[in-house]
Design a protein around this ligand. Structure first.
Ligand code: NOJ
Length: 483
């Protein structure tokens, strides 16, 4: 495995909300190209682009009508080629979002190859529930049969038992690799394995550890996710991808990621994303997840409340230090580096599952619409909180400046996570011989003899360390303290 992916910082771009270049209120590829200088200046290694493919937009791009083209809303294939080249010229890798578990109902495959989907002749075949609520089966008025969909009804599930499906998606993977992309974030990877005989899911006996739609939460997804055939599906993806980077989105506790990590380079730790801001819980998560080779650390994405809202704006700095000092890949969701908070509900709503608040456009400067668009932003109803990138770039004490320092220091860090000790709210861990990370998660200042011994190379605030103590809610990375 080459070094970049072992401890890469990957920046997630949600294209719709990054930078609009043509005034239609929707971010686009040309806008991303214009902002690559900013992305590079963050010190990240790679970009993950949420879907840019032709899509009717029922799930804002995760309902794909053609896996091998670019939606005119975002640009063209030629512009994507230019983006790939411009990224590579800046030593940035580009990861696309691969959505292998379902297509849009408007994908030509749905009519041309109905046997690539999962059908039932007489009503729903079982009690499965869609991730966004409601039955996972919908009647197709054209054929009178019922098709399976793990997400919205506009997103019929592909039948991964069918070898032609495996080959079709392998073709998609090869198509993009030949164009020069460096890998993929694999959407809903656990949905590729389903029970062959589509048995009913049992009632849940214990709560699922992460947020779920209340209807979905009533059942244990034993047969609908990560079930039979998962290994065969993951192997097919790996074979198609060769040694390209694959990071899996698997909405399961980290303890169940082993199977996926056999085939993928990494899989996201939803354990960390959904951990409460509580010292013992965070310590437990770090200890368990750091032991899994390939875990990808993440504290936010386009599906959940932003970290500065979920854990609180006053914790955005400490969260950044935590995220960027852990061993293994770390994913940063656009705007996190600005301490951006959730925005207001959009009016009218664009996402039927209520995720608009997490997807407001970037605030580049303090002009109208934050320099995102010269038109009207696609999400109406207001903007997200947080100072603009321009204002923060000029301020050495800003969250943005801290991110830049942290990605630079991260290059010096090596070796596994050691320690992860917790004392009176002070979480500390070592990275190799040379570095100690101290995070004061408590609400009191804490003394620690090691604070006086090493050289503090990054602190979350200029005044974090004073006379051998670390202020409440502050963190520090220290070089060469005695063990
Ligand atoms: C996970 C994606 O992150 C989410 O936005 C999407 O709705 C589902 N997968 C379905 O593709």
């Amino acid at each position: 495995m080459s070094r970049w992916r072992e401890d890469a910082v990957v920046y997630q771009i949600y294209p719709r909300s990054f930078q609009d270049s043509d005034g239609d209120g929707v971010g686009d590829l040309a806008g991303i190209i214009d902002r690559l200088g900013y992305v590079s200046s963050l010190g990240v290694d790679a970009i993950w682009l949420s879907p840019i493919y032709p899509s009717p937009g029922a799930d804002l791009g995760y309902d794909i009508a053609d896996h091998c083209d670019v939606d005119p809303l975002f640009g063209s294939l030629a512009e994507l080629d230019r983006l790939i080249a411009e990224c590579h010229a800046r030593d940035l890798r580009l990861l696309l979002d691969l959505v292998p578990s379902h297509t849009s109902i408007e994908h030509p495959w749905f009519r041309e190859h109905p046997d690539w989907y999962v059908w039932s002749d007489d009503g729903p075949a079982n009690n499965w529930v869609g991730a966004f609520g409601g039955p996972a089966w919908t009647r197709d008025p054209e054929s009178g049969r019922w098709y399976l969909h793990s997400f919205f009804p506009e997103q019929p599930d592909l039948d991964w038992r069918n070898p032609e499906v495996r080959e079709a998606i392998a073709g998609v993977v090869r198509f993009w690799l030949e164009r020069g992309v460096d890998g993929f974030r694999v959407d809903a990877a656990d949905c590729l394995g389903k029970d062959d005989s589509l048995r009913d899911n049992p009632l849940a006996v214990e709560p699922f550890p992460f947020p779920l739609n209340p209807e979905a939460a009533k059942l244990e997804p034993r047969y609908s996710r990560g079930s039979e055939g998962i290994d065969r599906a993951l192997r097919a993806l790996r074979e198609a991808a060769g040694d390209a980077y694959l990071v899996g989105e698997v909405y399961l506790p980290s303890s169940r990621l082993g199977e996926y990590l056999r085939w993928f380079d990494s899989a996201f730790s939803f354990d960390l994303l959904h951990a409460p801001w509580e010292a013992t819980a965070l310590q437990r998560t770090l200890l368990a997840d750091a032991a899994l080779e390939g875990i990808a650390w993440v504290v936010g994405n386009h599906d959940f409340s932003r970290v500065a809202t979920r854990w609180g704006s006053e914790r955005a700095r400490l969260a950044a230090m935590l995220l960027l000092t852990l061993p293994g890949p770390a994913f940063v969701y656009q705007g996190e580096e600005l301490g951006m908070t959730d925005g207001p509900e959009a009016t009218p709503p664009r996402d039927r599952f209520g995720r608009d608040r997490f997807r407001h456009p970037m605030r580049w400067d303090d002009s109208r619409h934050g320099g995102f668009t010269s038109g009207e932003p696609w999400l109406t109803g207001g903007e997200a909180g947080g100072a603009s990138a321009q204002a923060q770039a000029a301020d050495p004490t800003s969250v943005l400046s801290l991110y830049r320092r942290l990605t630079a220091v991260r290059r010096e860090l090596s070796g596994p996570l050691e320690g992860a000790e917790l004392e009176d709210g002070l979480l500390s861990y070592r990275r190799g011989e040379d570095h100690l990370v101290l995070l004061n998660l408590g609400d009191q200042q804490r003394g620690d003899s090691r604070l006086g011994q090493g050289q503090g190379i990054v602190t979350t605030e200029p005044t974090a360390i004073r006379e051998g103590t670390l202020a409440a809610g502050c963190g520090a990375v220290i070089r060469s303290p005695n063990r």
